[in-house]
Design a protein around this ligand. Structure first.
Ligand code: ADP
Length: 281
């Protein structure tokens, strides 16, 4: 499914007046494309994702999915957030099955659906490596395992569009890398149109076809960069590749508000400039 945003902007009004969260922007996401949104904290990335998800109305502009206006949350979208969003009183298997149960009730599906759903849930639990923990409860799982379950739940309805808001932001570095590898594996198998918010430039470059860089609030698009590494080349090793590091520096310079000149770039390549602050917003 392709996604088309036209003039989408948002301001919040609260007790302390108006907060202009997002400047009106246009964006097209091709079918099967994986786009990362990076930018400083508070620049409106989550707001944009919530608008696309139909969870928050824009104050300006329109969002279309394959030409249909988005007016509220729909089954064609899979959502995943940073915070733990599993239901603590449901087992892992019940959590993953939950969206299907809801859809089943809405469509008053017959008993024949139950077997198909069980097989689908089992397939996903095996894919994310949680089949042996299917009867555990969220509190019994590590943070990484909880996010694996959340990923399985986001995928169980076979969404056409996946919206992910810093899904690995709360994980330790090693678990985060494991989740990135898992997501890469999934992307290679099922090309799902994806919008992925992250403050981690490495993660954005590793996973995406395109990285969209936002300015400070109210967020506006500073740059949209194609990431052309082949899917087969994508693994944690790629993060050490010179072309990868080059693109990373380019994005970091944009995030710092200092697009680099050729001389600065040369200094960086020669390792003459301190890059310790690299790591995100
Ligand atoms: P990001 O995801 O880039 O960190 P957000 O989209 O969460 O940014 O927030 C953008 C701006 O909008 C921030 O200044 C934030 O405080 C404000 N904001 C977000 N949600 C609300 C809300 N529900 N009500 C009022 N202001 C909000």
């Amino acid at each position: 499914m392709k996604l088309s945003l036209r003039g989408v902007g948002k301001s919040y009004s609260g007790r302390r007046g108006e907060t202009n969260a997002l400047s009106p922007l246009d964006m097209d996401v091709r079918e099967g494309e994986f786009i990362s949104l990076v930018g400083p904290s508070g620049c409106g990335k989550s707001t944009l994702l919530h608008i696309v998800a139909g969870l928050e109305p824009p104050t300006a502009g329109t969002v279309d999915l394959d030409g249909e206006r988005v007016r509220g949350p729909g089954a064609e979208l899979g959502l995943m957030f940073q915070q733990q969003t599993l239901f603590p009183w449901l087992s892992v298997r019940e959590n993953v099955r939950f969206p299907l149960t809801l859809a089943h009730r809405r469509s008053r599906g017959g008993a024949g659906d139950a077997g198909r759903q069980a097989a689908q849930v089992e397939g996903l639990l095996r894919l994310v490596g949680l089949w042996d923990f299917r009867d555990s409860y969220p509190a019994e799982l590590s943070g990484g395992m909880q996010q694996r379950a959340a990923l399985a739940r986001a995928l169980v309805g076979q969404p056409e569009v996946l919206l992910m808001d810093e899904p690995f932001g709360a994980l330790d570095a090693q678990t985060r890398e494991e989740m990135q590898e898992l997501l890469l594996h999934l992307i290679q198998r099922h090309r799902i149109t994806t919008l992925f918010v992250t403050h981690d430039v490495d993660e954005a470059l590793l996973l995406s076809d395109r990285v969209v860089v936002f300015s400070e609030r109210p967020g506006r698009v500073l740059a949209s960069l194609d990431v052309t590494f082949t899917r087969a080349a994508r693994s944690s090793e790629l993060k050490l590749d010179e072309a990868f590091l080059h693109q990373k520096r380019e994005i970091l310079a944009l995030l710092r508000g200092r697009p680099r000149t050729a001389t600065q770039r040369d200094r960086l390549l020669l390792g003459l400039t301190n890059t310790r602050t690299e790591g995100g917003s």
